[in-house]
Design a binder for this molecule. Sequence first.
Ligand code: ASP
Length: 322
Amino acid sequence: MKRLLISAAVALTATTAFAEYPEKPVTIVVPFAAGGPTDKVARDLAEALRKPLGGTIIIENVGGAGGTLGATKVAKAAPDGYTVLLAHIGISTAPALYRNLQYKALEDFEYLGMINEVPMTLIGKSTLPANNYAELVKWLEANRGKVNLANAGLGSASHLCGLMFQSATKIEMQTVPYKGTGPAMTDLIGGQVDLMCDQTTNTTSQIEAGKVKAYAVTSKQRLTTPALAKLPTLEEAGLKGFNVTIWHAMYAPKGTPKAVVDKLNSALKVALKDADFIKREEALGAVIVTDGRLSPAEHKKFVASEIDKWAPVIKAAGQYAD
Ligand code: ASP
């Protein structure tokens, strides 16, 4: 009887301890450098989340190792709702790529729900002589072994897209990893690297400003964003079945109390309906998720299917990191 009373008291304390959540700033860890596509969605979402969550939100960029350093930090953080992760497709590619991954994607997080899906663009430095996709392929063939392809590290979206592009065209390139495509874009604009495949949320304004050249989109259909509408899909350009879409989602450390997970999930759902957030995302070619994957359980099932989808692609490409 006494023990029962004690456990009831402990349960009550745990519930009331989180009833007022959040009582201090919530840190969203972005596992890539500032200025890139994941950072952008995090900062825009933070604006929209502030009201429904009812507190201050801090963005912390922990870039490196294709997003796995930031994900590890959150997997090992205190499960109190004050450190959460805003990650992307890399959550599902890292298990096949990193032999010493310090977390288990399906076991070490409470899933909070999905945010958006974003197509990618194949872009090049503005001084490249090629002005369209056909000219790009000719130039790549003439420069085999000399072309640099920037990415945000193993398992990043830009890495995956670059990998698929090299294997579809059978043209190998030297890859240059960065802590995110924010800094990679700076180098592409500066002409230090030649090519990059990156999300439209990071490339649209640079394409519009003529700072980079755009050759194709990775989506199944052409995009409607004015600056990108002229670009062919890679499938149309001859790469059969080429279709890469990147998604973002949020996670908390395993063991975060259910009341906190529920609060974060409902705040996320409200934020995704914020008119300003939707406008900013759509203007850059992103699509806000509105289906069942907004629920933690459905998103987790989706990640499991993504892990199964990418593992053979990565294995066939012989990619891994120790
Ligand atoms: N998400 C990465 C970033 O924000 C880019 C990538 O995955 O390619 O820099």
